[in-house]
Design a protein around this ligand. Sequence first.
Ligand code: I3S
Length: 128
Amino acid sequence: MHRVQCVCVCELEKAGLLNKTKIAEGGRKLRKNWNPSWVVLVGNSLVFFKDPKSQNPDSWKPGNSRPESSVDLRGAQLQWADDLSSRKNVFKLRTITGNEFLLQSETESLIREWYRTIQNVIDRLDKE
Ligand code: I3S
């Protein structure tokens, strides 16, 4: 009897709409500017796309729309940051290069899921 093994080569872990603001660049504080962002977790990176209205789960694929920016999760740190905003359900992502972002959702379960998934990637990279 033959066995067929399916191997998934797709590295896309998660995608969705979150509110985002960058609060520091290379350790230098920035003025907040909250905007909705289509966020894609793929491989070791968190990729941000502008204009979520025109985005869909295929948008991250090569050849499709260009990302606004991306963040290398190796060495990054996550922490809940309700103290850094009047918004609820906010966490802070700090990259190894000292860039800091706040990510937020009105839906608590959704932001918790994002936090857990990103933390898992960071932990995995820490062990490599
Ligand atoms: O950290 P802050 O000062 O409470 O952040 C708020 C301000 O940055 C505000 O901008 P201006 O100071 O340029 O008016 C933003 O519009 C708010 O969204 C910021 O607060 P939240 O609590 O939304 O993160």
